[in-house]
Design a protein around this ligand. Structure first.
Ligand code: G6P
Ligand code: MG
Length: 219
């Protein structure tokens, strides 16, 4: 039985995945590093430190630890600047209705985002109160595609992983959900998310009965 839905944040609940891209792009330009949307696709769902390593590696560059720390802090400042424009109007179409429907039916709701800015983003979107659990990204040791963050969400919700469904926009996130033994719904492009049990183009296409049908089809 479907008992809980675990959401990713950036690119699912709101389009902050675009803000992450713009912030990395600004940093990369300042550092004279190549960075495009194809490379950015690999950063989705990946923590800030690892993201920088991926950009450096793609450019055949290495750097001192202190330098990397400064760059990561700078990227985060750029990201926070972009977040200043974030209001409840930025909640992706369909998300609020889905959260309300899940709540009305007693389905538990959790957030499993690798972003340390996730609590701030939910506050700005005025969505915090819908979440029974918000996993602390700082406390997760192994990032996506490792299942740790989704397993932690299920544990904190006190729901068996087999009764959870996860929603993700990143390939690493879908892999994490599947590795946790959960049903995976992808938001975006089918070609980018081949491992998902169901892929929708936008959150607007989802409602409880669609999630139930997907869940029952897999279980
Ligand atoms: C999410 C995003 C990534 C981002 C990561 C860390 O997983 O998809 O693009 O790098 O969070 O976010 P943070 O806000 O902590 O830098
Ligand atoms: Mg995401």
């Amino acid at each position: 039985r479907l008992e809980a839905v675990i959401f990713d944040l950036d690119g699912v609940i709101t389009d902050t995945a675009e803000y992450h891209y713009l912030a990395w792009k600004r940093l990369a330009e300042e550092l004279g590093l190549a960075f495009d949307r194809a490379l950015n696709e690999q950063l989705k769902g990946i923590g800030r430190k690892e993201s920088l390593e991926i950009i450096l590696q793609a450019n055949g560059k290495t750097a001192a630890e202190a330098e990397k720390e400064e760059w990561i802090a700078r990227k985060n400042r750029y990201y926070l600047e972009l977040l200043e424009q974030l209001t409840p109007a930025a909640v992706a179409p369909g998300v609020l209705a889905l959260l309300q429907e899940l709540k009305a039916h007693g389905i538990k709701i959790a957030l499993a985002s690798a972003s340390k800015n996730a609590p701030l983003v939910l506050e700005k979107l005025q969505l915090t109160r819908y979440f029974d659990v918000i996993v602390d990204a700082g406390a997760v040791k192994k990032g996506k595609p490792d299942p740790e963050i989704f397993l932690t969400a299920a544990e904190q919700l006190q729901v068996h992983g087999g009764n959870c469904l996860g929603i993700e926009d990143a390939a690493a996130g879908i892999a994490a959900i599947k590795a946790a033994g959960m049903v995976a719904v992808g938001v975006g492009d089918k070609a980018t998310l081949p491992a998902a049990d169901l892929v929708v183009k936008t959150m607007n296409e989802l409602n409880l009965s669609k999630l139930q049908a997907c869940f029952t089809g897999v279980r």
